[in-house]
Design a protein. Structure first.
Lengths: 112, 118
């Protein structure tokens, strides 16, 4: 079993729909990241959470440390939101550096 | 400037070639990372440098040789690679804890180098 599990693996929705992607982890963490990767490679960090909730534009991320669970929500989804969304947990810090453990990613497709 | 740059964008090499990937950032980050990503898989950590010293090597074969010549630059030297090493190689950086960094800091990723080994 992976340390970080995401669901669903694939998600197709219509433009305007409310999207939820879930992430569960089984280990102690210091922080959780939500990342976005478009076709072609580049990864963009959307959120870094250690507690509570964060909002940026149409994106909302929440984390429940006790339940070891995080969700990423997209409101009023748009075709440009189509990408792979990756949950990554920060496992430990060695000599000041982060070690991230990644989920398998959720491939989101928003149809017009 | 919150950019991590990587060169080249694409690289095709034979199994006997020697090549290098380059990563650069000017955000003052003293932690830098190399990741390997196969198609439809998440990134896998390869190496971590902290304050220009190698702090994590995730049991990477010796045909991959990292180098951090200064605080802005990270190289990955490639030699005698195998076709299965074909992948997207991503570089990232972050502020290190104890060096001005905080729990709220994130990693910044470069666009990657897509490597094909023939």
């Amino acid at each position: 079993k992976n340390e970080v599990e995401q669901s669903p693996q694939n998600l197709t929705a219509q433009e305007g729909e409310f999207i939820t992607i879930n992430c569960s982890y089984s280990v102690g963490i210091s922080a959780l990241h939500w990342l976005q990767q478009h076709p072609g490679g580049g990864i963009v960090s959307l959120f870094m959470l250690s507690s509570g909730k964060k909002k940026h534009g149409r994106l909302i991320a929440t984390i429940n440390i006790q339940e070891k669970h995080s969700s990423l929500h997209i409101t009023a989804s748009h075709p440009r939101d189509s990408a792979v969304y990756i949950c990554a947990v920060r496992r430990r810090i060695i000599q000041g550096a982060q070690k991230l453990v990644f989920g398998q990613g959720t491939r989101l497709t928003i149809n017009p | 400037d919150t950019e991590v740059t990587q060169t080249p964008k694409h690289l095709v090499m034979g199994m006997t070639n020697k090549k290098s990937l380059k990563c650069e950032q000017h955000m003052g980050h003293r932690a830098m990372y190399w990741y390997k990503q196969k198609a439809k898989k998440p990134p896998e950590l390869m190496f971590v440098y902290s304050y220009e010293k190698l702090s994590i090597n995730e049991s990477v074969p010796s045909r991959f040789s990292p180098e951090c010549p200064n605080s802005s630059l990270l190289n990955l030297h490639l030699h005698a690679l195998q076709p299965e090493d074909s992948a997207l190689y991503l570089c990232a950086s972050s502020r290190p804890f104890g060096g001005g960094g905080a729990v709220t800091d994130t990693q910044y990723f470069g666009p990657g180098t897509r490597l094909t080994v023939l």
